[in-house]
Design a protein around this ligand. Structure first.
Ligand code: CA
Length: 456
């Protein structure tokens, strides 16, 4: 009897402790992980055969995998401007990459835009960013001026990976911690993993939930990888592909560390994680002359408005509330802001158009309708390259070319142009693009150099 009572008391204590650990009523932490220039098929959960990514696959196994997940731009900085605002970046002229020019007050995320971390801070969240910023070099554009309470990373559009490697001015700037320069210590992807770990550990015991924006610059060029990973990938004979694969493996390992830390600190269940790439894999020939990224089965690459530039690996994981599985309706990186801010109990700005939507009712199957009727893409300004997706119809209008029409339900590779067969659909989608364009402005700054993009 006595033993029984003791046992019961013990069990009660255990139950109470478990309940406190899970904290079901608490608002979730939000972790946004962004890879840079990752090919559509270059992770295990997207079907890669030659690049092992056990940790990202582990994340995918607890995620809703969005099979029609898009970013709002086919290259770096504008996609990030979309993530930060929940708005088509064309609405405020952020359609190009800013040049690395710390005295320039124009080239960066316009100061009249309200950002995701600002909204999360207002809702009572601790906010931190680790990694690539690429939203302006002038001090006024620093992450800590845009809503992040903590920052560690590279402020430009990319960086050398090993300390003391050679590279251009933007790629060799010192790392930046909370506004102060700091020398690089180790392989950059590992360092970003360490810093994300430290953030998660630091804020685990606090009452406030947190937002962490973890933006790896990997596997963006330069192709530089640790020997320890290269040795494991000798089955890949193309040297550029092998190095790129090793960079993806290092990214995978860093994500694994982060997942472990979330589990160790008992925060995994109630952390909402997004994982995306900021654009498709680039079409860059390695030393062998073949492209070292793989966007198959999609057409095109980084810089292009074909699916290969804009459709990306896209995971949403929240073990406490979302059943793992797949979701096939189109979703976009613009949805990150309204999803996070709604869960945080924050306020979505009412004085401007927010193009993203809260995805949770859709991913949980509470709502069966599509989150978006139509999605738009545009590069090179109002007279530039356009694409629109409405249902399964996709129209591509390139500079100087005729409108192309594809049915993505049967032709995800955009190989059979149906424009001549469906002129009424071409007219409908062309006028939808024109209408959308009225809510946009021309770019407020130009990219420092043209993105290489074969217009095929
Ligand atoms: Ca990129």
């Amino acid at each position: 009897m006595k033993i029984h009572i003791i046992l019961c008391t013990f069990l009660t204590l255990v139950t109470v402790q478990a309940a406190e650990t899970v904290k079901p009523s608490q608002r979730p932490n939000v972790l946004v992980i962004v890879a840079d220039d990752l090919g559509y098929s270059d992770v295990g959960f997207q079907g890669s055969k030659d690049i092992p990514t056990p940790h990202l696959d582990r994340l995918a196994a607890t995620s809703v995998r969005c099979t029609n997940g898009y970013v709002s731009h086919p290259f770096c900085s504008p996609t990030r401007a979309g993530i930060m605002t929940g708005r088509y970046q064309h609405r405020f002229g952020h359609e190009n990459n800013p040049v690395w020019l710390p005295e320039d007050t124009k080239q960066g995320l316009p100061l009249n835009q309200i950002t995701l971390p600002e909204l999360m801070q207002k809702a009572g969240y601790t906010t931190g960013a680790v990694g690539k910023w690429h939203l302006g070099a002038h001090p006024q554009f620093h992450p800590m001026k845009r809503g992040f309470a903590e920052y560690f990373g590279v402020l430009g559009g990319g960086h050398i990976y090993f300390p003391n490697d050679k590279g251009g001015a933007e790629y060799t700037i010192p790392l930046n911690r909370n506004g102060v320069d700091e020398p690089q210590k180790k392989y950059l992807t590992e360092q970003f993993g360490d810093e994300a770990n430290a953030f998660i550990q630091r804020h685990a015991a606090q009452e406030k939930p947190w937002l962490l924006y973890l933006a790896f610059n990997a596997p963006h060029t330069p192709l530089q990888a640790p020997e320890s990973w290269l040795e494991k990938l000798t089955s890949i004979t193309d040297k550029s592909r092998r190095t790129y694969a090793a960079m993806v493996c290092a990214l995978d390992a860093a994500v694994g560390q982060v997942l472990d830390q979330l589990e160790t600190t008992k925060q995994r269940q109630n952390t909402l994680i997004f994982f995306i790439s900021d654009n498709g894999g680039p079409n860059l020939a390695g030393k062998s002359g073949t492209n070292f990224t793989d966007n198959s089965p999609l057409r095109g690459a980084k810089g292009m408005v074909y699916e290969g530039g804009i459709r990306v690996p896209f995971l949403v994981s929240w073990p406490e509330k979302l059943q793992p599985g797949t979701y096939d309706q189109p979703v976009t990186s613009l949805d990150i802001l309204p999803t996070a801010v709604t869960l945080a109990g924050g306020e979505i700005p009412q004085d401007r158009i927010i193009d993203g939507v809260n995805l949770i009712p859709f991913l949980s199957k509470e709502k069966s309708s599509a989150p978006h009727d139509t999605l738009f893409w545009r590069t090179h300004g109002p007279k530039g390259n356009h694409a629109i997706r409405q249902g399964n119809w996709k129209l591509v209008q390139l500079i100087g070319g005729k409108a192309q029409l594809y049915d993505l339900s049967t032709d995800v590779g955009e190989s059979k142009d149906l424009a001549a067969e469906k002129p009424e659909m071409v007219t409908q989608l062309t006028s939808a693009i024109e209408e959308w364009g009225k809510g946009t402005v021309p770019p407020v700054f130009e990219s420092p150099k043209e993105i290489k993009r074969p217009l095929k």
